[in-house]
Design a protein around this ligand. Structure first.
Ligand code: GLU
Length: 416
C-alpha cells in the first residue's frame, strides 16, 4: 500500500496511537484530534507590474486550552490547509511538552517568495495581518516566523497590527527584530535548543559530541545555525549539509564560514570548494553519528529509512519522518529526538520574548540561552523517562507527556 503523506493524516495517526496508550476516553479523543478554529481568506496584492494577484491564506488555532494559540507563518508554494493543520497540532504538543503556558496554532500563504520583490512581500505580509488582525493578539493567538518568513516580515506584520489597533503591543508577534522588541538569542534559538537535546541524547548513548560526525539536511535559519553553533560550540564535525538544490560532503568536516560564504555568493551550496556534491537522498543515508533533518516534512519515508545509518536522528524540521519510517528507525535501535521536542527552542524563546515584552525589560543572550537550556533539557528528560517507564518509543512518549497536559487543561475548563 502506498504511504499516506498527508501531514494532517500523519498528525492524527500519531495522536491516535498516543491516545490509545493513554486510554483517553472517546469524547476527549474526538475533541483533540481536530483544530478548534480555522480561518481561510484571500489576500489581494498589488504587484509591481500594476496587476493584482489574489493569494490564499490560512490561520489555524488548533487548541488554546493551555493559553493563547502560538505558532509561525509559512510562505510556501506547496502550502495546503492540511499542512497548516498538522503544523498547528504539532505546535499544541510542542508548547505542552515544553511546559510553557501557550496553545498551538499555525499560519500559511500559498506563494513563492523567491519570485516576489521585497515590496510585493511587504504588501502580502501586511495583507495577511489585515485578514487575521481581529483574531490574533496577546491573549488570543501570537504568530512568529517559520519557513520563508523572517524578522523583517514580522516587523511589517507588527506595524500593520499596531496601526489597525492604534497602540503599541509588541508581544502580539514574536521573532521580531531586536529594535522592535525582539529577544536576544531568538534567531538561533531553534538550532540551539536542538543542540541541547542532542547533547542530552549523546550522554544517554555514551557518545562524545566532540568530533562526532553529523549530516544536516537544510540550510535555512535552523540548518545553518545548527551547522555554525554545532561546529563552534559543541565540537561536532559536520560532514554534509544541503539545501533544496542538493548537498555537499567532506569526510573531514565542512567549515561553516566557507560554506556560508559560497552559498551567499552563488545562491547554492553545491560546488563549494573542498567538498563533493551529493544528493539530498545520499545525505540522509550517510554513515554518520547524528542525522539532522532540518528542512521540511516527509523526508524519511518507508523508501529510505532502512538505509539510515546514524545512531541519533534529531528532528529539527517539523514532521520529517513518516509513521512507517518511524517504525523502521525504532526497530533499528536509532534514538529519535522527535520534532516537537527537538525543535521547541524557537517557541520557548518566543515565549521568553513575550515575557520580556510584557515587562519591557530585556535579558542578554547568555541569560536567554541558559533559561532555554533549562526548559528544553527538562522536557527532554521528561520524555525520555516516559519512554522508559511506559516502554514506548520517544515520539509516543513525547505525545504522552504533551497530550496529558492539554487534556488536563481541557478537563479543568470543563470542555469535555
Ligand atoms: N515556527 C517555529 C516552530 O515551528 C516557532 C514558532 C513560534 O515561535 O511561535 O516552532
Amino acid at each position: 500500500m502506498k504511504e499516506n503523506l498527508n501531514p494532517f493524516a500523519i498528525a492524527q495517526a500519531q495522536f491516535d496511537e498516543a491516545a490509545e496508550v493513554l486510554q483517553l476516553d472517546h469524547d476527549m479523543r474526538a475533541f483533540l484530534r481536530e483544530p478548534m478554529r480555522e480561518f481561510h481568506f484571500t489576500i489581494p496584492v498589488r504587484m509591481d507590474d500594476g496587476t493584482t494577484r489574489t493569494f490564499q491564506g490560512f490561520r489555524v488555532q488548533y487548541n488554546d486550552a493551555r493559553g493563547p494559540a502560538k505558532g509561525g507563518i509559512r510562505f510556501h508554494p506547496d502550502e495546503t490547509i492540511d499542512t497548516v493543520r498538522a503544523l498547528a497540532a504539532w505546535m499544541t504538543w510542542k508548547t505542552a511538552v515544553s511546559d510553557i503556558p501557550l496553545g498551538g496554532g499555525k499560519g500559511g500563504v500559498i506563494c513563492n517568495p523567491r519570485e516576489m520583490s521585497q515590496e510585493e512581500l511587504e504588501r502580502l505580509s501586511r495583507g495577511y495581518m489585515r485578514n487575521i488582525a481581529r483574531y490574533v493578539g496577546l491573549t488570543q493567538d501570537v504568530p512568529a516566523p517559520d519557513v520563508n518568513t523572517n524578522p523583517r516580515i514580522m516587523a511589517w506584520m507588527l506595524d500593520e497590527y499596531e496601526t489597525i489597533n492604534g497602540k503599541r503591543e509588541p508581544g502580539v508577534i514574536t521573532g521580531k527584530p531586536l529594535e522592535l522588541g525582539g529577544s536576544a538569542g531568538r534567531t538561533p534559538a531553534t538550532a540551539m535548543g536542538g543542540l541541547f537535546t542532542i547533547r542530552e541524547a549523546a550522554k544517554l548513548k555514551g557518545m562524545n559530541l566532540n568530533g562526532a560526525t553529523a549530516a544536516i539536511q537544510g540550510f535555512g535559519n535552523v540548518g545553518s545555525f545548527t551547522h555554525s553553533l554545532g561546529q563552534k560550540q559543541f565540537g561536532l564535525k559536520i560532514v554534509a549539509i544541503s539545501d533544496e538544490f542538493g548537498g555537499i560532503y567532506n569526510a573531514n568536516g565542512i567549515d561553516f564560514d566557507v560554506a556560508a560564504a559560497h552559498q551567499r555568493q552563488t545562491g547554492k551550496l553545491m560546488n563549494c570548494p573542498g567538498t563533493e556534491n551529493i544528493t539530498n537522498q545520499e545525505l540522509l543515508e550517510l554513515e554518520v553519528d547524528i542525522l539532522i533533518p532540518a528542512a521540511i516534512e516527509n523526508q524519511l519515508t518507508s523508501q529510505n529509512a532502512g538505509n539510515v545509518k546514524a545512531k541519533i536522528v534529531a528532528e529539527l524540521a517539523n514532521g520529517p519522518t513518516t509513521p512507517e519510517a518511524d517504525n523502521i528507525l525504532n526497530d533499528k535501535g536509532i534514538y529519535i529526538i522527535p520534532d516537537f521536542l527537538c525543535n521547541a527552542g524557537g517557541v520557548i524563546v518566543s515565549y521568553f520574548e513575550m515575557v520580556q515584552n510584557g515587562y519591557q525589560y530585556y535579558w542578554d543572550e547568555a541569560m536567554v540561552h541558559e533559561r532555554l537550556d533549562k526548559k528544553i533539557t527538562t522536557a527532554f528528560h521528561a520524555v525520555n523517562q516516559m519512554s522508559e517507564a511506559k516502554q514506548v518509543d520517544t515520539r509516543v512518549a513525547a505525545y504522552l507527556v504533551a497530550v496529558n497536559r492539554v487534556a488536563e487543561a481541557v478537563r479543568l475548563r470543563g470542555w469535555v
